[in-house]
Design a protein around this ligand. Structure first.
Ligand SMILES: *[C@@H]1O[C@H](CO)[C@@H](O)[C@H](O)[C@H]1NC(C)=O
Length: 170
């Protein structure tokens, strides 16, 4: 059954990028030192003399996520937990994969604007404006489309294509 769905399907893939503004840094970077017990606004910085290209690299976005779950979607995050060079930069990236009718339930990011790019398939996105209007702003995106969810507004994404969004994403 699942194989049939995948065979018949158009693959849809989405990519999202979430950004938050931060104060201007006083240094080029602050590669996370996961072992430090220091508590700062972000993780402590490793010795910059030890920093290498690997600290700014993540490999794995070519791999589809597992969407075999009740919501039919998966998240492959690239945050400071996966990419130490992101520490203090106020930016993260995620890959989303959606099964047919897979959905990212309504949620919000209090401090981050999110921008999404569709890599494969089609997906409905939407957000709701704040009080007193509470207006739904929604549309269906196609491959190559970009959409932005303004900071702090509740939003959702759902696969409205006929197949696996192949996997797709931020
Ligand atoms: C995907 O997740 C389901 C449910 O957890 C699991 O049964 C299945 O083995 C996973 N598939 C792969 C390819 O990891």
């Amino acid at each position: 059954m699942e194989n049939q769905i995948i065979m018949l399907s158009l693959l849809a893939m989405t990519c999202t990028l979430a950004m938050a503004f931060e104060p201007s840094p006083l240094q080029d970077f602050c590669v996370a030192d996961y072992t430090s017990s220091a508590r700062v606004n972000g993780l402590a910085c490793m010795d910059s003399k030890l920093v290498q290209a690997e600290h700014f690299t993540y490999s794995g976005f070519h791999l589809a996520g597992n969407t075999s779950n009740p919501l039919g979607f998966s998240v492959t995050p690239v945050t400071v937990a996966q990419l130490p060079g992101l520490n203090t930069l106020g930016i993260a990236l995620v890959r989303f994969d959606y099964a047919p009718w897979g959905v990212t339930p309504i949620h919000l990011h209090p401090r981050a604007t999110e921008i999404i790019t569709v890599l494969e398939g089609s997906i409905q996105v939407g957000f709701v404006t704040s009080n007193p209007d509470n207006k739904l702003i929604s549309k269906v995106l196609q491959k190559g489309d970009v959409f932005v969810f303004p900071m702090g507004l509740v939003h959702f994404q759902r696969n409205v294509g006929y197949g696996m969004l192949l996997p797709s994403l931020l």
